[in-house]
Design a protein around this ligand. Structure first.
Ligand code: ADP
Ligand code: MG
Length: 729
């Protein structure tokens, strides 16, 4: 009976929840005062560093210039003094290992003096380099063969910040994490490399347009979706605790079909939680901007104003972690999994992406003059070409066991990558392809560099929510990214594939030896050939439809339906050539990532399989058996009383015992599937086994368990139901 009371106690506890007293009061502390209060920001640096050191550091941050080690000591001292004033006792190199989470190892500032006293010390050396005992982080074989340890290296381009705890604060220094041989063991290192690559190629191209920009940054703004449910329910669901998603649960009588949640009034407790989350994020200088209810019940979204892609990536990790931390203060549990509830919309992360030069110009913003438009069209075509040539890599960048549940499930874009431009821009691209032929739609032709573009509607992209990669007026929006993923991977791929196309275009245009006005006909010709080649990637229709799947196949677009099909593209000769050429990944690094991702997939399915078997065996089967006994007993009592048991009661007993038998058989099969070990060390074979054998076996167990949920007496059912988790707030 204990599990039953756990579920009922959960419901009672949710009802009994009392709001916590107001923690946030913007009247007393205006947002302006709070914002960035815990960031070692530009302002703080200007105040606390000498002019020379400040300028050296600025050059590193803005222009990507190498850091002069001599400045490190002064920066370290300023950082330490500032942090201690903010109550810090420890510092940590904060990094993004391949687990997809963040990692930190705290060191105290204190150094004993030997006279029973301790001094606060923090040198430039400690700022620049750390040596976490990192041998337990996944390295995909890189570290095993060389060095057991990795080191962390300060990333001055992402500001240090202070994490608060009721009992003290910690200085967090964003760092890259590498092996002693210099190979990347994290998500930040390749991101920084890819940002350099795209900057270099974009600047080359801009120069042809007469620009003096010396640095171009990838900008990004990730819209983060998530679920919040009451913690009492969460604690009564071992599947949510251990797998992040429900492995059981019959569809609730009311799902999201009423569409009454999207943009609806935010429940008070949730809003309180959002306000406190935002307050914490403001202190960390994370520019969160919008909040609203999402499509599914208990689903929400938070989105920041865009920033440089490296900082945005760090900030998105902070958003996820802060949400989680603050939610628990409100008795809520954050669910970041891509598909926590079957049959209910999952969560994604729309990654808005663009390029900006160091004068603040958005390179994907259609300009107002013919000259600006020529430049815009060149960058637009570079992105189209990049996605066309490397759709497979974009697909890899969003591949995970969790995201597999979402992609192509009529709620998220399919696994087929295509580009949405909207009608007007498509028409313009078609005019480019026609190379001066009359266009039926506008009655004119667009001459690159000579004509202005018609004004594009800003919301053009939002009309089609089914596209995985949409142009939305002045940026692209990559919509297939999973909610729990770091956005580093998708950013790395975007930056690198666009760098390659910019490189190609710059090389072709440089070859002509022309500049200024004379370049326009050359651009026209080049873009025409690019559009001709890459047109198959453009699609404005319904990406969910069956016709599109067929059409995409006709067009030869890759369709990697799941993670296991997708990952090998990461180590294809094309991928290796691309990433090594721009110095983003070495061949070994690619192989190591491939191994880690496959291994992750296999492990995830393995954990889910074990959980499914154990919950079915130890919670669901006993409940069903108890109910079966009750029904049998009541039939027996009828018989004892001389009443012939009615047919339907006998049928119920029969159905129950049959379903219980099916459940037990399916559990046995699942256990077999899990125990079966593919021979050898071929990770791909293991992952395939997980996909082809373990997942179907899990699904079978679930189907019988969910059927039982519809039969067994409610007071005996051990797991909080979908209805309870999603609708009791
Ligand atoms: P909507 O999706 O409703 O059109 P916005 O375009 O204002 O809303 O913004 C959506 C997200 O895109 C926000 O996170 C925003 O900061 C981001 N974004 C806007 N412009 C850019 C840009 N140039 N580069 C990257 N992200 C951007
Ligand atoms: Mg959007």
């Amino acid at each position: 009976m204990s599990s039953v009371s756990a579920r009922q106690a959960a419901i009672a506890a949710v009802h009994a929840w009392q709001p916590v007293g107001p923690r946030v009061n913007y009247r007393d502390t205006p947002v302006g005062e709070l914002y960035g209060a815990n960031v070692f920001s530009d302002e703080v640096m200007r105040e606390r560093l000498s002019d020379k050191v400040y300028r050296a550091l600025r050059a590193t941050i803005r222009k990507g210039e190498p850091l002069d080690p001599e400045v490190a000591d002064e920066v370290a001292k300023a950082m330490k003094d500032w942090a201690i004033e903010k109550g810090a006792t420890h510092y940590t190199h904060w990094f993004l290992p391949m687990t997809g989470l963040t990692a930190e190892k705290h060191d105290s500032f204190l150094t004993p003096t030997g006279e029973g006293k301790a001094l606060a010390e923090f040198s430039g050396k400690e700022l620049i380099r750390g040596e976490p005992d990192a041998s337990s982080f996944p390295s995909g074989g890189i570290r095993a063969t060389f060095e057991a340890r990795g080191y962390t290296a300060w990333d001055p381009t992402s500001p240090a910040f202070i994490l608060e705890n009721p009992n003290g604060t910690t200085l967090c220094i964003p760092t890259a994490f590498c092996s002693w041989t210099g190979e990347a063991l994290d998500k930040k290192t390749p991101l920084l490399r890819s940002m350099d690559a795209v900057s270099k190629q974009a600047c080359r191209l801009l120069k042809l347009f007469g620009s003096t920009a010396s640095r171009v940054t990838a900008t990004c703004g990730p819209e983060q979706e998530y679920f919040l449910i009451d913690r009492h329910f969460y604690f009564a669901r071992p599947d949510l605790i251990n797998a992040g998603r429900t492995l059981f649960g019959a569809r609730p009588p009311k799902g999201q079909e009423m569409e009454d949640h999207y943009f609806g009034a935010i429940p008070e407790r949730v809003l309180a939680c959002m306000l406190e989350t935002e307050m914490e994020l403001y202190k960390l200088g994370v520019p969160v901007k919008t909040r609203h209810n999402e499509v599914a019940p208990s689903q929400y979204e938070i989105a920041p104003v865009f920033e440089n892609a490296n900082v945005a990536t760090d900030h998105n990790m902070l958003v996820m972690e802060t949400l989680k931390r603050v939610a628990s203060r409100y008795g809520l549990q954050l669910l970041l999994h891509e598909k926590p509830f079957a049959g209910v919309n999952g969560s994604g992360k729309h990654l808005n992406w663009s390029l900006s030069d160091d004068e603040g110009n958005n390179l994907l913003k259609p300009g107002e003059t013919p000259h600006e438009n020529a430049q815009f069209l060149v960058f637009l075509c570079a992105v189209i070409r990049a996605v066309y040539r490397h759709a497979d890599l974009l697909r890899v960048s969003i591949a995970s066991a969790a995201n597999d549940h979402r992609l192509g499930a009529n709620e998220a874009p399919p696994a087929i990558i295509s580009v949405f431009l909207g009608d007007m821009l498509t028409d313009i691209v078609e005019q480019i392809e026609a190379g001066g032929a009359k266009s039926a739609k506008t009655g004119g032709t667009l001459k690159i560099g000579a004509d202005v573009l018609p004004t594009l509607p800003r919301d053009a992209g939002d009309r089609n929510r089914t596209s995985p990669f949409a142009f939305t007026g002045n940026k692209f929006e990559f919509r297939a990214v999973g909610s729990s993923q770091s956005i580093a991977g998708p950013n790395v791929v975007l930056n690198t594939i666009v760098a390659e196309s910019l490189d190609y275009i710059a090389t072709e245009l440089e070859k002509t030896g022309k500049t200024g006005e004379a370049l326009n006909p050359e651009i026209q010709k080049l873009l025409q050939s690019i559009v001709k080649e890459c047109k198959p990637i453009l699609f404005n229709g319904d990406n969910y439809s069956e016709e599109w799947h067929k059409e995409a196949e006709r067009r030869g677009l890759p369709n990697r339906r799941n993670t296991v099909d997708s990952l090998p593209d990461l180590i294809s000769p094309k991928s290796i050539a691309l990433f090594t050429r721009y110095g983003v990944f070495s061949e070994r690094e690619l192989h190591s990532r491939y191994e880690i991702l496959l291994e992750n997939y296999k492990k995830t399915i393995h954990i889910e399989g074990n959980l499914t078997a154990s919950i079915a065996q130890r919670q669901i089967l006993p409940a069903a058996l108890r109910y079966q006994a009750e029904v049998a007993e009541s039939i027996g009592e009828l018989k004892d009383a001389g009443v012939t048991p009615p047919k339907r009661q006998l049928e119920l007993l029969h159905d129950l015992s049959k379903t219980i038998d099916d459940l037990q058989t399916s559990i046995a099969k699942l256990n077999e599937a899990i125990a079966h070990d593919e021979p050898g060390t071929d990770t791909l074979a293991h992952a395939r086994h997980a996909r082809d054998v373990v997942i179907p076996a899990m699904n079978a167990v679930r189907s019988y368990a969910d059927k039982l949920e519809g039969m067994v007496a409610d007071d005996l059912w051990p797991l909080p139901t979908y209805q309870e988790m999603l609708f009791i707030k």
